[in-house]
Design a protein around this ligand. Structure first.
Ligand SMILES: Cc1cc2nc3c(=O)[nH]c(=O)nc-3n(C[C@H](O)[C@H](O)[C@H](O)COP(=O)(O)OP(=O)(O)OC[C@H]3O[C@@H](n4cnc5c(N)ncnc54)[C@H](O)[C@@H]3O)c2cc1C
Length: 390
């Protein structure tokens, strides 16, 4: 049977586009279906949606020869975490993991745009924009998807990278387990009087963490986690009042804020698909899992899904090979479950009842004093094997 593509990917966000670029680089015929239009190059002020990319994610993106716009990224070499109401404090340095840097902070749109630029130069990749899928059906040798234009496409494998509300997941009848943390993350892009660009820090408080993600120049993306009502009240403040509220609540080391550039808030939820695979179908990224963003790992584990799936696809003649999909499910579910458990325990250890918060404080002391534990945590956070010492 003649198939339109080897692999169809639904969703051209950062994870779907990264998988398409890796497979296109290896010469696979890829169809990428995106509901929106092609992303535009960012310019001017930094966008609010910022993500960290760790070592494994950066290596995966580099494998597709995608050029990141380095002038809109900020490398960081240290991660500092402490507890506001106790004395627990941990400093992680890239050199302790034999790394030059931990990774990069990049605007989501800048990463997505760089990947699309790469895809547009690949003759074996077809981009279908401003369209979505309305049905899907698996046969013996291929899976078919029907677009809202009426066109049908077939491939050996269809991958869902269409985000937390994945339509492909729904059409395939795969359910999700969800949990609402009843918290919101308010993101505020600011300019600061002090330079603090090589460190990313997070201070735990009983109502939620306060985090600083560095951006190029004297810029930073601040994340203020709090209860829904408190966040909504803060959103109503004008820029001067918000600036004063940040300077009063955030750790003194942030220093003065010279400008508030932009702000928005997002609800914090956890979600996990009951299965990542079905016949000739796989889910990756937020379509498969949404984790608490406090560890900055949601995108990273999505890119690690794409990395594992690409490796399995490229080592099999049939992209939809059932045993390869089974391995994907097994490997990624284990890793993602561990990340969900870690972010969940951080949340409960620092925002739970007082005895739990004391335990959280102790865990930061222990992490600081046990070099092997610290190194294992950093290996895990970088997407590397935590049991590999050298
Ligand atoms: C406040 C906050 C801070 C975060 N910080 C970090 C961080 O520092 N580091 C990190 O690793 N992660 C972070 N994350 C998580 C990260 O943003 C997500 O994990 C990541 O965006 C998921 O990427 P994705 O490509 O899987 O999904 P999305 O980014 O949701 O992309 C899905 C794509 O599919 C398209 N689409 C949707 N439905 C359809 C359809 N039916 N048909 C066709 N196309 C469709 C959409 O238009 C979109 O382009 C954060 C999240 C939040 C909320």
């Amino acid at each position: 049977m003649q198939r339109d593509h080897d692999i169809i990917i639904v969703g051209g966000g950062m994870v779907g586009a990264a998988l398409a670029a890796r497979l296109g680089q290896a010469g696979r015929r890829v169809g990428l279906i995106e509901r929106g239009s092609a992303p535009q190059a960012p310019e001017g002020d930094f966008d609010l949606r910022i993500s960290s990319l760790n070592k494994r994610s950066l290596d995966f993106i580099a494998a597709s020869h995608t050029d990141l716009p380095l002038e809109r990224t900020c490398a960081f070499r240290h991660i500092e975490v402490w507890n506001q109401e106790g004395s627990g404090h941990s400093l992680f340095s890239a050199r302790d993991s034999d790394l030059e840097q931990f990774g990069l902070f990049i605007e989501n749109v800048a990463l997505q745009h760089a990947l699309w630029q790469r895809l547009e130069a690949m003759p074996c990749v077809t981009l279908y924009t401003d369209t979505t899928i309305v049905s899907t059906l698996a046969g013996v040798d291929a899976r078919m998807v029907e677009l809202d234009s009426g066109q049908t496409l077939s491939a050996e494998l269809v991958v869902g990278a269409d985000g937390a509300r994945s339509q492909l997941r729904e059409l395939a009848g795969i359910g999700v387990l969800t949990h609402d943390y009843h918290q919101r993350a308010m993101i505020v892009n600011v300019e600061t009087a002090l330079p603090q660009q090589d460190v990313s820090w997070q201070c735990f408080t009983p109502t939620g963490p306060l985090a600083m993600l560095p951006l190029p120049g004297h810029r930073a993306s601040l994340v203020w986690y709090d209860k829904e009502a408190a966040t909504q009240a803060r959103e109503a403040l004008d820029d001067d009042a918000l600036k004063a509220a940040i300077e009063a609540a955030f750790p003194k080391r942030l220093g003065g804020i010279t400008r508030v550039n932009a702000r928005a808030s997002f609800p914090i939820k956890r979600q996990h698909a009951k299965r990542y695979t079905a016949k000739r179908l796989a889910l990756i990224g937020d379509a498969a899992h949404v984790v608490h963003p406090l560890a900055g790992q949601g995108l990273n584990i999505g890119l690690h899904d794409a990395d594992t799936l690409a490796e399995l696809i490229l080592s099999h003649t049939d992209a939809g090979d059932a045993s390869a999909l089974q391995r994907f499910e097994w490997q990624r579910r284990l890793a993602n479950q561990a990340m969900i458990a870690a972010t969940d325990s951080f949340h409960h250890l620092f925002t739970g009842v007082k005895p739990l918060r004391q335990l959280g404080d102790l865990s930061l002391h222990l992490a600081e004093r046990l070099p092997f534990a610290k190194r294992m945590m950093m290996q895990q956070a970088n997407g590397l094997n935590p049991f590999k010492w050298r």
